[in-house]
Design a protein. Structure first.
Length: 179
């Protein structure tokens, strides 16, 4: 089984489209026997995607640092749960377990996790695919900024293309060569 790490919000956002597309992503993962690796929370987009994969008899592995147990409310119905001592250990565990990475809408933590694996890929520390699900144009400004980094000479076009961006879960997983 392949496993995809999903970075996403512990909040649901103001529009129901974020939850709806997270649920669609979860259904595609479960249908294709792709395990979900995620931050272990029971709330927000994190909770929706985990619950949906589980409801479709998929495998869900949560990785949460002990101090976030009270903040993100650990999901205790998962297939597997790893409790780490801190954030660096959490990110390393998720990286170790994952065959690829996808960012759904989320906050600053989502961006930090996305850019860490993007940096590692740019430095040839791994060759795992990286995707961004651009739900409702959520990442349009980030996409523009990456293009600006290329234009200004701070990022090569080759490296910019290391992130696969789609607005549809199935297309994203297909273009990442996961399904």
């Amino acid at each position: 089984m392949k496993n995809i790490a999903i970075y996403c919000g512990s909040r649901s956002g103001h529009s129901s489209i974020y939850q709806e597309q997270a649920i669609e992503m979860a259904e595609v993962l479960a249908k294709n026997n792709i395990g979900l690796i995620y931050g272990g929370g029971a709330i927000g987009i994190m909770g929706h995607i985990a619950d949906t994969v589980l409801n479709h008899h998929g495998h869900v592995t949560g990785v949460i640092p002990s101090f976030l147990d009270k903040v993100e409310i650990t999901h205790h119905g998962l297939s597997e749960l790893f409790v780490t001592k801190d954030m660096p250990e959490r990110k390393n565990k998720m990286y170790e377990l994952a065959d690829g990475f996808i960012a759904l809408p989320g906050g600053i933590g989502t961006l930090e996790e996305l850019f860490e694996v993007f940096t590692w890929r740019q430095l040839s520390l791994h060759n795992k695919p990286i995707g961004v699900l651009n739900t409702n144009g959520y990442y349009n400004y980030l996409i523009q900024h990456i293009a600006h980094m290329v234009t200004e000479g701070f990022l090569s076009k080759t490296h910019a293309r290391l992130i696969i961006i789609e607005d549809n879960p199935t297309s994203l997983l297909q273009n990442m060569n996961v399904i």
